[in-house]
Design a protein around this ligand. Structure first.
Ligand code: AMP
Length: 214
């Protein structure tokens, strides 16, 4: 499948994308994961992106489009992809349209995961993430704890609170989402690609997406 997942930070895009890839061999492409890997590796990209990310701001569109073009050209993306956290602005959506035309690819659908703000706030402040850039398994102190020593149950690396999941950074990320990313809902509605899902259960959302794409 070739889909875009839209939704505020904490809506569950990452979890749903991972479940979808297990379904049909599509790859999850998360710009957030790619950027966190670059910051951890100390690469040029990471150095440019780090300040924006820690504040909860968006990284400039030009950097993001370079990452996406390179990633979508990799052979594993040919089987299908789930875009998680991209596009995040109207210029990114327009650049994606041009890029997909150039690559001769069409999107199946764009899914907006609509979750109430109170649920989002609770999820983000209690979320923890595996610090291993190749794993990045997501935990939750209430509903899915890591080991009692705070280690990832999959790879054993320390599980941490992301630098952009402090209360201040979260409120900036949500404001940025409302201002810059929420307009994509209308953009994709006009393109005839939008499907809104509002269940809180990721299993139900995954089932619904698989049904729509079929
Ligand atoms: P995420 O894990 O998707 O919430 O992304 C974490 C952070 O990475 C965001 O708060 C942004 O600073 C940056 N980021 C991720 N994806 C994008 C994007 N498509 N455009 C701009 N910045 C992004």
């Amino acid at each position: 499948m070739r889909i875009v997942l839209l939704g505020a930070p904490g809506a569950g895009k990452g979890t749903i994308a991972k479940q979808l890839t297990a379904n049909d061999g599509s790859v999850q492409i998360s710009t957030g994961d790619i950027l966190r890997g670059a910051v951890k590796a100390g690469s040029e990209l990471g150095k440019k992106a780090q300040g924006y990310m820690e504040r909860g701001d968006l990284v400039p569109d030009s950097l993001i489009m370079d990452i996406m073009e390179a990633r979508l050209r990799e052979p594993d993306a040919k089987k299908g992809f789930i875009l998680d956290g991209f596009p995040r602005t109207i210029p990114q959506a327009e650049a994606l349209k041009v890029l997909l035309q150039k690559l001769g690819i069409k999107l199946d659908t764009v899914v907006d995961i609509d979750v109430p703000r109170a649920v989002i706030l609770d999820r983000l402040t209690t979320r923890r993430t595996c610090s291993n850039p190749d794993c990045q398994e997501i935990y939750n102190v209430k509903s899915k704890p890591a080991s009692p020593e705070g280690k990832c149950l999959k790879c054993g690396s320390p599980v941490v609170q992301r630098a952009d999941e402090t209360e201040e950074a979260i409120s900036i990320r949500l404001a940025t989402y409302n201002e810059k990313t929420a307009p994509l809902i209308d953009y994709y509605r006009k393109e005839g690609l939008l499907k809104t899902v509002s269940s809180l259960s990721s299993d139900e959302i995954v089932k619904e997406i698989v049904r729509v794409v079929k």
